[in-house]
Design a protein around this ligand. Sequence first.
Ligand code: SF4
Length: 422
Amino acid sequence: MNVHDSEKVAGVLLARGYAPAPTLAEADLLLYNTCSIREKAAQKVFSRLGEFRQAAPGRTIGVLGCLAQQEGEEIFERAPWVSLVCGSASYRRLPDLVAQVEAGGRRVTGLDLDTEDTFETEITRRDNPIRAYLTIIEGCDYACSYCVVPHTRGPERSRASASVLAEARRLAQAGYTEIQLLGQTVNSYRDPSPAGLDFPSLLRAVAATQGIRRVRFTTSHPNDFSREIVAAIDDTPALCDHIHLPVQSGSPRILQAMRRTYTREDYLERISWIRAARRPISVTTDLIVGFPGETDEDFADTLSLLEAVRFDGVFAFTYSPRPNTTAASLPGAIPEEEKARRLAALLEHQRQIQTVRHQSLVGATLEVLVDAHRPARRQWSGRSTSNRIVNFTSPLENLLGEYVQVSIMRAGPNSLIGEQAI
Ligand code: SF4
């Protein structure tokens, strides 16, 4: 979402006549989009702001994104050379805020979270020529005890279905064939317009857009995950057969402490719906290890969940306490070395599962949307509809953006290797 926010901010400014500067030193205005989901990312911001000041002295510098929202005017105290601080819920006001700074304003802020607005733009500068991101819902109404997002992105706001579908059509006309629908809890989508589409209906409608061959969506919340989503994927070839469904922990006790609003059993029930689909659907997840109070038994529950589900991919992180979250004041902090040990054990366990799952695809032929070329290795790379990375050789040229059939010859834990089937 942050990457796409940067694209939208760039689009808004291009529409006002701004142009991208070739180098930092040549820029008159520097807008720095930030993330605060983990402590390390937040710490980096202030050292980067110092670097910007040295590389482009006297220039106008603005800080955007979640750290801007979280730290607010405190940023001016720690980095007095910053003129603008704006959170993502206020980006619609960004051109006016930039105009205030250009008119000589100092310490200009856009930090309002009390908004019904979604950040939509007529012109978005898309940096990825293969896959187009499309925001359908912003903010979050959940209150997971470790998470800053409700504090930095505001309450949940869905975008009218007509607006989503119009943007999908524009993307198809611009030549995109793959769209990724975005939202912090994308499947909580509720159409605010009289059309009243629910999320599965919106999926079907976007997938029916002429010229669109692949539709993905991220991130789903297990609480809002329904059989109808699986049915939509089953019925609609253009909906990719991949679901990212963050579980965060396999321990019932830790799930409760995280305030995730579902149980381990609820999660496994949703997995059983996915496994019962006619199309094989790959499942990936997010996990946090070392949450306060996590015992060896709790961690063993997470490992047993890996076995029970056999995910196709896992994004795992050590717990990082964040300001304004209830988990930050929970007792039972886990030492960093122990967190790192658990993370390494989890990743090794998952590596073995992924290796076996990938091995089962050797001999198969997969359709790949090509998104990279590595001439030095004489290799092309892309994603299957199940979101697996496929590296392959081909006697043909100019494959970027093309859909090709690839025969899978070998498999590693993180990717498949093959050659174009001609
Ligand atoms: S649902 Fe996701 S974004 Fe919302 S509070 Fe929980 S972790 Fe954060």
